[in-house]
Design a protein around this ligand. Structure first.
Ligand code: HEM
Length: 180
């Protein structure tokens, strides 16, 4: 949906993997894929695969606004909407923009504004593995194919659930890259 960002990812991949025919993705290569990292993070922000997490309070807690929440209460952390909260992400919070993850922009942001893997003691045990796996797969695919779709970002409709689902999944077109 955003070919301009895909093109930047492709240029970065070409630099790190100049030989398109045979390339293995090493851990050290992944550290060089700075733009891919930003695109992946921005995707996890706009479409967090786990949109909410729930907790039962085993003791009373005081929120930052001084509200006391009693023991025994169940509550839901709304990751999906925290990720689109203008207070943290600015007036264009609904727009897909990998620059949201430029180091300078991340630095000043609330540490809990981005929670795709939750936070704290019961956060995702597989978060690092998930990121590495996604980046390896994306590097392999995007180095070799241009992906496009007629679907528009504005037309994505999200369905509430334990994991994020789309009312209609966009059909994708894969076109082999000819440029070496
Ligand atoms: C993009 C991929 C993934 C996302 C977005 C994700 C997200 C999350 C989130 C938000 C939680 C907290 C759930 C809650 O508290 O209700 C969680 C927990 C967990 N995840 Fe993931 N996860 C991903 C991939 C993985 C993978 C690859 C593994 C295993 C290899 C994994 C294993 C776990 C486990 C075991 C927990 C429970 C941890 C606990 O309660 O102590 N996840 N994940």
């Amino acid at each position: 949906m955003f070919p301009q960002y895909q093109d930047i990812v492709f240029e970065e991949l070409k630099k790190v993997f100049p030989d398109v025919e045979h390339f293995e993705v090493e851990y050290a290569d992944l550290q060089k894929l700075e733009y891919l990292d930003r695109v992946l993070n921005e995707t996890l922000r706009i479409i967090p695969p786990v949109p909410t997490v729930s907790r039962d309070l085993i003791e009373v807690i005081r929120l930052s606004n001084n509200v006391l929440v009693p023991k025994g209460v169940s509550f839901v952390v709304d990751i999906f909407h925290i990720h689109r909260n203008k207070e943290y992400w600015g007036p264009n919070a609904e727009t897909f923009n990998p620059d949201n993850f430029l180091a300078d922009n991340v630095r000043g942001r609330h540490p809990y504004a981005f929670l795709p893997f939750s936070k704290g003691r019961r956060n995702c045990i597989g978060w690092k593995y998930a990121l590495l796996l996604s980046k390896i797969a994306l590097a392999k695919i995007l180095r070799n194919y241009r992906i496009s779709t007629d679907f528009r970002y504005e037309d994505l409709v999200f369905i509430d659930g334990v994991i994020t689902k789309l009312r209609k999944s966009p059909l994708l077109r894969f076109q082999r890259r000819t440029s070496k």
